[in-house]
Design a protein around this ligand. Structure first.
Ligand SMILES: Cc1cc2nc3c(=O)[nH]c(=O)nc-3n(C[C@H](O)[C@H](O)[C@H](O)COP(=O)(O)OP(=O)(O)OC[C@H]3O[C@@H](n4cnc5c(N)ncnc54)[C@H](O)[C@@H]3O)c2cc1C
Length: 395
């Protein structure tokens, strides 16, 4: 006998746990299946998020390190945008993802770890999932929260592999000299020929140092670039003093536009499997949590009645209304960034120097709403600042 649930969630990342939590909270039966032996056994992200998102989701204080200052380095320029309050944070990714999963369990979801889902087939009024070791389960609605893999969508033939994506390699290090309130973003060909590098303090003497590259634009493996940067102690890495590697992280993130649907009969895609990420700075955790909740809520309603794509459409409309235009604007800025030479990056930093901390963070967060752009245009009449936000396309 194959066990059936109203909602089965595949993947125990931020999208999956949030979907499971909200669906279970709505009173339907929910199973979350995660392939790894524990939630967040492997870390695939740098974990930067925003104080406003932390408050919105109620993430406990033990799970993050607050950031107040934002350093930006190009080959021959450097700027630090300073603030009096913290508006950003670096998450303890494991603790945060495990907290999200415990919230889902608390709401009544069952969690099964150590079971990779290998195939999905439509089965009467739902979807049959089969995994390692003869495991099978049926969901009236299945939420694909398996991240970049999009395991359910791919198995059902709903979506192919991502053509454009970001790849990132990162060390989590103990360092003898860390400013826990200041992050660094590093741009220019000495760091990454198509992307950027970072130093993100995690708290105490821990810091994440990484490099991301855009694929297929850049053929080089980010791990090779990262090892070169560590060996040469390039830029802010040279200020970290003695370092000792604690962990190595590697991850992939869709980066090709929101070109796939996120609802099908009995199936919802959420988080990275739906391409819900800001491509500019590889940022998707807050979207995964927020839209995971929306997916779970929608799945719970559909599971007790009509689970057709049409009845799930409110989910797609909802998340697209919230972020689609921002993500599209971020793509424009990203295209421009990828074409900048080292000299142009040096000039770009002079433009960034004009921004206040909240303006700078709006930019990094891809908050390019019209009211913000207009305020920016008034405060900074210099054309370059408006170009930076994509208001005026560079000639
Ligand atoms: C290098 C890098 C750095 C990043 N830095 C940031 C950052 O600083 N801030 C930020 O907000 N975002 C960042 N991101 C993006 C962020 O990590 C993702 O947007 C976010 O993790 C998406 O959450 P998710 O739940 O959709 O997917 P994931 O977090 O990838 O979770 C998917 C889960 O599904 C499981 N799974 C996969 N396949 C199966 C299967 N077949 N069966 C069962 N389980 C399965 C996986 O093990 C995993 O637990 C970064 C991404 C990369 C690659």
């Amino acid at each position: 006998m194959v066990q059936s649930y109203d909602v089965v969630v595949v993947g125990g990342g931020p999208a999956g746990s949030s979907a499971a939590r909200r669906a279970a909270g709505a009173g339907v039966s929910v199973l979350l299946v995660e392939k790894e032996p524990q939630i967040a056994t492997t870390v695939r992200t740098s974990g930067v998020t925003w104080s406003s998102s932390i408050s919105e989701f109620g993430i406990p204080r033990r799970c993050y390190n607050p950031i107040k200052n934002y350093g930006f380095v190009s080959p021959n320029n450097k700027v630090v945008v300073r603030d009096r309050v913290s508006r950003a944070a670096v998450l303890d990714v494991r603790q945060t993802y495990r907290w999200l999963a415990s919230e889902a369990e608390g709401a009544g979801a069952s969690i099964l770890t150590g079971v990779p889902i290998r195939s999905a087939t439509r089965d009467g009024s739902g979807v049959l999932l089969e995994g390692a070791g003869g495991f099978s389960v049926r969901g009236r609605v299945v939420v694909d929260a398996s991240g970049f893999a999009g395991a359910v969508a791919q198995s059902l033939g709903l979506a192919g592999p991502w053509r454009k994506f970001g790849a990132g390699a990162e060390y989590e290090l103990h360092a003898s000299n860390v400013d826990p309130e200041t992050w660094w973003l590093m741009v220019g060909s000495m760091y990454s020929p198509a992307g950027y590098a970072w130093v993100f303090p995690v708290g105490g003497d821990l810091v994440r140092v990484g490099i991301g590259v855009a694929k297929p634009e850049c053929a080089v493996d980010p791990k090779t670039l990262l090892d070169n940067m560590m060996r040469d102690k390039t830029g802010p890495v040279g200020d970290l003093g003695e370092v000792r590697v604690a962990e190595y992280h590697y991850g992939l993130i869709p980066n090709g536009g929101i070109d796939r649907r996120s609802v099908y009969d009995n199936v919802i895609l959420v988080g990275d499997s739906a391409g819900q990420a800001n491509p500019l700075v590889l940022e998707g955790i807050r979207y995964a949590i927020r839209f995971g909740g929306l997916a779970g809520e929608t799945a719970a309603v559909a599971a007790s009645g009509d689970a057709s794509a049409a009845s799930l459409a409110s989910y797609e409309t909802g998340w697209r209304r919230a972020v689609e235009s921002r993500i599209k604007s971020a793509y424009k800025v990203q295209d421009r960034w990828l074409a900048l030479t080292d000299t142009q990056w040096d000039e770009e930093l002079d433009t960034i120097r004009e921004l206040s901390a909240d303006e700078f963070l709006d930019f990094v967060k891809a908050e390019f709403g019209m009211s913000r752009i207009l305020r920016l245009a008034v405060r900074h009449p210099r054309l370059a600042v408006r170009q930076l936000f994509g208001l005026v396309r560079p000639r």
